[in-house]
Design a protein around this ligand. Structure first.
Ligand code: ZN
Length: 199
C-alpha cells in the first residue's frame, strides 16, 4: 500500500500544537479530511494570514498587526504602571479579566537554562530602556506563580534594583500557585489589588 505522506505530514503538523498528542492529531486530521474540508481550508487560510500579518509590538512585544499595539497606542492607560508578563497569552488573560489599566512588557518566556533561555533572551535590556523612556514609576512582576516564573521575577527584581523604579509582585491568588493563563478574572484582579511592594 502506498504511504500517505500528506496525511502523516498533517498529523505531524497538528502534533506541534500544545497538548496535542499522536491520537488527537490523528482524530483532527481525519475530521478535517473526511468531514470538514471547508473548515480545513478556512484553518489553512487563517494560519497563513496570521503568520504573515502578526508581528511583535516594537514597544512591549505583544502580538499585533501594526508596528505598535493598541494598548501601547492608547491614551487611556495608566502610564505610571508597567506589568511584566511571560507571554502574549498572559497579557490577553489579564486584559480579559479587566484586572489592570497600565502598560505591559512581554518577556520572551521565562528563565530556563534547559531551553537555553537566559537573561539575554528575555529582552531585559529592552525592558530597562522602556522603563526609562516611558518614565514608569512602578513595575509589577506579573510572571507566572510557578518555579520558573518566580525565578524570573527574582532575577528581574535584582536587575531593577539598579533603577529608581518601584517594584511589586503579584499576590498569590487563592487557590495559590499556577499559571496566569488559567486563573479566573476574580483571582487575577485580587492578585493585582493585593500585590506586594518589594522595593
Ligand atoms: Zn505594545
Amino acid at each position: 500500500m502506498a504511504k500517505n505522506y500528506a496525511i502523516d505530514q498533517l498529523k505531524d503538523a497538528l502534533k506541534r500544537l500544545p497538548g496535542v498528542g499522536p491520537r488527537t492529531a490523528g482524530r483532527m486530521a481525519f475530521h478535517l479530511l473526511e468531514r470538514d474540508r471547508d473548515g480545513a481550508k478556512i484553518l489553512a487560510d487563517a494560519l497563513q494570514t496570521a503568520v504573515t500579518k502578526v508581528n511583535n509590538c516594537s514597544l512591549c512585544n505583544n502580538l499585533c498587526e501594526q508596528g505598535v499595539c493598541a494598548i501601547c497606542q492608547s491614551g487611556k492607560r495608566d502610564r505610571k504602571l508597567l506589568c511584566v508578563v511571560e507571554t502574549p497569552a498572559d497579557l490577553d488573560t489579564i486584559e480579559d479579566a479587566g484586572a489592570y489599566t497600565g502598560f505591559y512588557f512581554v518577556l520572551m518566556g521565562h528563565l530556563s537554562p534547559i531551553e537555553g533561555i537566559g537573561p539575554d533572551q528575555l529582552g531585559v535590556e529592552k525592558l530597562l530602556q522602556v522603563i526609562k523612556e516611558r518614565e514608569v514609576q512602578e513595575v509589577i512582576l506579573g510572571t507566572n506563580l510557578t518555579v520558573e516564573g518566580e525565578a524570573t521575577a527574582d532575577y528581574l527584581y535584582d536587575t531593577l534594583q539598579k533603577t529608581e523604579v518601584s517594584v511589586s509582585r503579584l499576590a498569590r491568588g487563592v487557590p495559590s500557585g499556577g499559571e496566569l493563563e488559567y486563573m479566573d478574572a476574580n483571582t487575577l484582579s485580587q492578585a493585582f489589588t493585593d500585590r506586594r511592594t518589594l522595593s
